[in-house]
Design a protein around this ligand. Sequence first.
Ligand code: NCD
Length: 652
Amino acid sequence: MPRLAKNDLISIDDLEIEEIERIFVAADEFSHSLERGDTPRLAEGLVMATLFYEPSTRTRLSFESAMHRLGGAVISAAEMQSSSAAKGESLADTVRVVSAYADMVVLRHPCEGAAKVASAYATVPVINAGDGSREHPTQTLCDLYVLRKRKGRLKGLTVALCGDLRYGRTVHSLMYALARFGANILAAPTRAMEVPEHVLARLAVQRGYSYATVSMNELDSLAPDLDALYLTPNGPHQMALFTGEMAQGAARQVAPVLDALYVTRAQRERHGDEAGRVHGYLHVDARTMRGARTQQAVIMHPLPRTDELAYELDSDPRAIYFEQAAAGVPVRMALIARLVQHKAEVVKPKSPDSVLLLRLKATPQPVCENHNCITRSESAYLPPRFRLAAWSGRTGRSGLALQCDFCEQETTVEYIGNTRSRRYYRFDENLGSYARRWLEEGTLAVFRDPKQAEESGYEPYRRGPQREVMNAAEMARAVESLAEQLIDDLTDLTAVTIVGVLSQGATLALRVRDCIERRSGLRIPCAAVNVLGEDGVLLDMDGGSNVAVDSRTIVLLDDVINSGWTVQRAMAALWKMGRPAAVKLAVLIDRGHRMLPIRPNYAGKNLPTATSERVRVYLGDHAAQGKRKAPERAVVFSMVESLSAAEQQETG
Ligand code: NCD
């Protein structure tokens, strides 16, 4: 049997409009042949593997039914969580193995970007049946197929999407497709479930869509006390799309008349900690559908429904959600036929945009901020990959906005450095041209915060001479003072574990422990926490494999607290390991202020500094700069806020 060409379907944008049209024509033919009971045996001898890491009824069964109807065979791992994935097998290994058993893979996975990873490792075509909250392209084909049948066209229609537009993957694929067909989109989310920034950016940048906020007036049951976004193709006809009130110069634009209402359920399984906070979710019923703006609208839903769509609407002739589900078989038959019939020609997935793919040779590599990104769970073999999305954070944060090449979400880095000068800077917009040059030269390094930069061997760009505030002897005294305070304050030293923040805090932890041992004869367990990795990790410094956290008094130790960010991550790492009885914070130097409201319980020395100043402690290996062995010390210097300011100073 010849191998099928690798026509992966990861995003709805992998299909040209003409291909979608051809799929619809084929789906019509398959509908008829299904009615007649004479479906062609196009897939005879072929095997489809359905790998579902998440529950599914419609999608998996309609794919399998479509394959059977075409004479093909199906092997299924419907509950991947109970197969080898449960034993810790990577997605890459799984799809490589399955490529030897099947001619095509249909994959559903809870992580954003999983389908893209699978397509890179599978040697057979991969069809995305939903990857986290990212996309669900084959559902979109069913949606568009039925919508167009009912309305006769897609161009110029106004489709309202409501409910969970943040975590719902069907709506993301649907928005991308509607934009390509020239439809208008009214995004009417439930509060806190707004369309993600990167989705809006993609519609605006690639499809030229412009958007305006509109008031929901009589449609307010769709997006309770919230405005909606009205997205329209750019063009001369745009103004005509707004309703009469707007044309008459009303201050607020009002929601347009709808051709379709696409209702979605709250994707509670993706809400994580926010799950309990879902309230005021929409409820669409006969009353909603009586208004002037909804009278002509067909009612759509990808199903399953929970309580957002009333059963009383099932008999309403405008309800087409069961037709969407039924279209699953002929539409997916058409997709399989497309794979079978295009044996020779390999359709390359289109690169979605022309933005620069970052080549970051420097370590540390940035980590995708989306905890549900596939690069987080499959980090053993999957290095994060970013595109430069913008020269400043789009979500109000200043910094370099990096877009993950797998999940598409943005991560903002606030500090950048140059691998040649080994200096780092806080990013500001004036730095754009430097960052671009370094990026092109391959000398750009990016850091989450000064600590990460300094631990990686970078020095800040600084102004003026540094002032030594502590010498080696004074630092040793501060360590003694910390040990003394701990002995005095902590009544049961046998229940204490000292956890130092790597690397300086860990060096200090060992020193404090030694002091305590000298004074009290008691040797306290010592651990280190690495906060620079993806997720904080706790390491036993006494060679054991496990750090006991439960019911212990943890003394968390670092050299200086600058932002408080490190402490936050260290606490999160501790909490992952167990439930301590108490956590006390100790620092060598308390500089008197920090960005987060975190106060140390013990300080070796109080050293009030200005916010613009930075305190830097040089200990052990860190004391030796370059080849010259320098003594241990603590210094204070002013940070130059930006490189442009620094350059002005140098030249001025
Ligand atoms: C959708 C999904 O899985 O994203 N279901 C489906 O495939 N028809 C929608 C949902 O689960 O809400």
